[in-house]
Design a protein around this ligand. Structure first.
Ligand code: ADP
Length: 201
């Protein structure tokens, strides 16, 4: 079992691919965006604190986000491995993740990155807005989230690249194609850890 994360700009499909990967590889998925949306939906105290940031497309403050991740990664079901989706999103969170893992004698095995160009992202997100009505899928907020990704999150990918653990995968194409590429990239890097069966699931 491995410790991995998936990152990529809003609209790149990382949520969908993270779900498929965790199902396929039998890993527990942890999505910070989903955790936050659940809290908002259930009107918890944390949900009340974060909803303004979510609606504006801003990052939730690091103190809150780091606490949520620390609590989650200290639970038993992720001791052997996990697939983190949406964290870390800036270099301060990256440093925090290193600390959280080191405290448990762990380290990250691989960071997957999905790449999609900006015009395609805007197109997909505007389309998603008409389907799901997610409160942060309006054009202004979409552009703001993209900007944040370029300024705050791309340096995280660069840092993992310098460590030699970044696997960058082309996120243009069909859901199945992208899933196939992710599995192939993982299999090439970790032949023993990724079973070589079909790409279904
Ligand atoms: P997307 O990548 O499409 O924006 P996510 O579900 O990953 O979707 O994130 C949705 C929102 O949740 C973000 O815009 C942000 O407000 C909040 N969020 C998720 N992860 C983090 C994080 N690591 N740090 C701060 N805020 C986060």
């Amino acid at each position: 079992m491995m410790r991995m994360l998936i990152m990529g700009p809003p609209g790149c499909g990382k949520g969908t691919q993270a779900e498929r990967l965790s199902r396929r590889l039998g890993m527990t998925g942890v999505s910070t965006g989903e955790v936050f949306r659940d809290h908002v939906k259930n009107r918890t105290p944390l949900g009340r604190e974060v909803s303004v940031h979510l609606d504006a497309g801003d990052l939730v403050p690091d103190t809150l986000t780091n606490r949520v991740v620390r609590d989650r990664l200290n639970q038993d079901d992720v001791r052997a491995g996990f697939l983190l989706d949406g964290y870390p999103r800036n270099t301060a969170q990256l440093a925090e993740l290193d600390i959280i893992l080191a405290a448990n004698g762990q380290e990250l095995d691989v960071a997957l990155q999905l790449t999609v160009d900006d015009p395609e992202l805007v197109r997909r997100l505007l389309h998603r807005a008409t389907m799901t009505g997610r409160s942060d899928d309006t054009e202004d907020v979409i552009r703001h989230r993209l900007e944040l990704y370029h300024h705050e999150t791309e340096p995280v990918a660069a840092a993992y690249s310098r460590r030699g653990i970044l696997l960058s995968v082309d996120g243009m194409g069909s859901e199945d194609e992208i899933f196939g590429r992710l599995l192939a990239a993982l299999r090439a890097a970790f032949p023993a850890a990724i079973p070589d069966t079909t790409t279904a699931g």
